[in-house]
Design a binder for this molecule. Sequence first.
Ligand code: SF4
Ligand code: SF4
Length: 487
Amino acid sequence: MAYPDVDKGFNHNFRYEYCKIKKFILYYHKAFQTTDRLMITIRTRKGFDINIAGMPSHDLETLAKPARVALLPEKIPFVKPRLKVKVDDPVKVGSPVFEDKRNSQLVFLSPGGGRIVKIDYGPRRVIKEIVIELDQDEGYETFPVISEARLQGMERKKLVKTIMTGGLWPLFRELPFRDVPNPDIVPPSIIVSLNSKEAFQPVPKAYLNDKIDLFEFGIKILQKLSKTLLISTSSDDVFVQDHLNSYVTHTYKGFYPAADPGVLLYYTKKSPDENKSWYINGQDVLLLAMLFKTGKYPVDRTVVLGGSLARERKHLRTRMGVPLNHITKERVDDTGTARYIVGGIFKGYTGSKDSYMGFYETSLVLIPEGDEKEFFGFARPGFNKSSRSRTFLSFFNKSSMAIDCNCHGEVRACINCGFCTEVCPVDILPQFTYKSILADEIEEALNHGLLDCVECCLCTYVCPSKIELKNILKEAKKAYFLEQLQS
Ligand code: SF4
Ligand code: SF4
């Protein structure tokens, strides 16, 4: 399998020099103060936090077992699924369900024990859902149990094979395309993001609370995969500072998407080699440790239910591939007008009420569609309309606001207002980059730093002309990736 060359397309020359100087100053500044390990604080200058109503509490409820769970191959980027099961087949937790046609070692395992009851296809035979009806007593496939002592003496190759056959290799993603990485390559670094600046994502206090030992074991596994681990958290996360301070290498201060691994890399990288760093979420480090400690495919997930239409907004301990209506059951005020957003307000997608949580998603947000007509809407002061610009009086409203899905207008031509540039966390000029893409000038888009784009969606959110900037940039990155694969 070939992997693309990504030495160009980044917005880096000035940044590399800046980071080298900054690191030098920070290192010596710290060295004179303390002998502690160096922890760097990243202060991002851009980004934006929407003060959205409906934030979840840190309370944690454990959900009952659902009747069904599912895998959604369609939602796993860059993977071309080849089925290893058919309807009516019995499966155990951890049985292979499908593999990637490009790399048959990359397998996706069953998140439940029972029977395959449905395989749902979309247009062009894209596999949308593979649904498993759960048995009362689920069977488990078994994998080798690896103790800490055994881990110490384990070769990297064997470790990689254990993670791959255990179905957890897709938890790693490689920048800048966010595809599943080539297992034969040693990454320049692995970034572990403990929390997200995006509203409605699980916080470490909820998913790590009684699992600190497991997390520490998971870090030992990562240390065998790359010499450099960058473990980042928010500078105001008291829980992490109390329990895992000795592991954290970077804290960040700033607005969304300051926590994104691509942003961290942008602020810390010192050479083009680092552009291909890998990342993994804090919660997923626990899954690696569980696989090794128990010899069973781990299906536990802590997810968040939030949004203005969720009556009970909290963290929920449940399992991978859980039905959305199992999460929302008696916890929402849905009169049929709610938009179900799976995976976060900015980075997620619209899900159907009858669908399931995907392999990567840990957040479900319910907000109003907002499609009802507003009488004299154009003349209203908009005290409660969330907006980055000063068009509405909401600019002075510092309390949280309920948002809906209404764009308040149609797509228009770019007016060169520069709002997208003001918020872009990685200093791309989105208005010029998207124009280069529309003109089929991919080289020019790369020169603007296309590959630095962290797909945060802020440029789309602030654009008064309603241009889908993030989608245009993301699709261009994807096309470039696929082109490089074939060349
Ligand atoms: S171009 Fe848009 S989506 Fe990409 S990083 Fe900048 S603001 Fe985010
Ligand atoms: S925010 Fe929209 S209208 Fe303004 S410069 Fe960017 S693309 Fe153009």
